[in-house]
Design a protein around this ligand. Structure first.
Ligand code: CP
Ligand code: NVA
Length: 301
């Protein structure tokens, strides 16, 4: 049986994604009620980080421990990866000693190449192009607060980055409309838009995008690796802030999400994270439950 990986949301079928979310909600209750099992007993998770992280590291490491497994944090700075050992060689070695691996890196080709040479499931924990684990948490959070997202309307406001591109894949897999507003020159990948044009509405203003939507999502204007472009981006994105005035254009029960870390006064107003629409803290917590369900799924398949 071929090893299953999770490099983008398209690696699981819609039915499989639904079952992972269902299981995540179940595992959250099991943890709360102190009746969780240990589906990772004696299993080892390798965690390769070439970029910074708070949520992803804590959720994977805590998740593995809660499931009876063990996690090894591997920073590229301290491993031979940082000294130029090829990713293919690293994959062959690390996957002989672990049961599952997650990678956070720059180029998406790095996770693809690792997966190609890995004997064990590989999870994309963020690349420049996609952040599928975050979408599992976002979809779980919507489900918990509002029920099924199928047929709903979602607004993406800001950069056409890895999160936006993952929302495009989510729109396909969960069957919702995605209204995208980015400044000119910061749109998501053109081929990805073309392949999903039946689900996407490209808007020229943030106001147009959020109108009558059920969920509004944004992210930092300068992702990891784009620190040098910060000033240019702040100027380009000035009209793309999500604040309470913009949220008032969405449906009255619309939710607000942000993968975090957030920059108050930039992509969001000072008060947006704590506004009544905001579910960002549940969203952050759900990284833990959703990834536990994902690891359980991948270890079983
Ligand atoms: N949302 C997210 O992936 O956060 P970290 O960068 O802290 O892992
Ligand atoms: N788009 C952001 C997400 C951080 C979780 C980044 O890539 O830095």
């Amino acid at each position: 049986m071929a090893t299953r990986h999770f490099l983008t949301l398209l690696d699981l079928t819609p039915a499989e994604l639904h079952s992972v979310i269902h299981r995540a909600i179940e595992m959250k209750a099991e943890l709360r009620e102190n009746r969780a099992g240990e589906p990772m007993k004696n299993k080892v998770l390798g965690m390769i980080f070439e970029k910074s992280s708070t949520r992803t590291r804590v959720s994977f490491e805590a998740g593995a421990a809660q499931m009876g497994g063990h996690a090894i944090f591997l920073s590229s700075k301290d491993t031979q990866l940082g000294r130029g050992e090829p990713i293919e060689d690293s994959a062959r070695v690390i996957s002989r000693m672990t049961d599952i691996v997650m990678i956070r890196t720059f180029g998406h080709d790095v996770v693809e190449r690792f997966a190609q040479y890995s004997q064990v499931p590989v999870i994309n924990a963020l690349t420049d192009d996609y952040h599928p684990c975050q979408l599992l948490a976002d979809m779980q959070t919507f489900q918990e607060h509002r029920g099924s997202i199928q047929g709903k309307s979602v607004a993406w406001v800001g950069d056409g980055n890895n999160m936006c591109q993952s929302y495009i894949n989510a729109a396909r897999q969960w069957d919702f409309e995605l209204r995208i507003a980015t400044p000119e020159g910061f749109e998501p990948n053109a081929e990805l838009i073309e392949a999903n044009k039946d689900r996407i509405v490209l808007c020229s203003t943030a106001q147009e995008a959020v109108k009558k939507t059920d969920l509004v999502v944004t992210d930092t204007w300068a992702s990891m690796g784009q620190e040098e472009e910060k000033q240019v981006r702040e100027a380009a994105f000035a009209h793309f802030q999500v604040n309470e005035t913009l949220m008032s254009e969405a449906n009255s029960d619309a939710l607000f999400m942000h993968c975090l870390p957030a920059y108050r006064g930039m992509e969001i107003s000072e008060t947006m994270l704590d506004a009544p629409h905001s579910v960002v803290w549940d969203e952050a917590e759900n990284r833990l439950h959703a990834q536990k369900a994902l690891m359980e799924f991948l270890l079983e398949h």
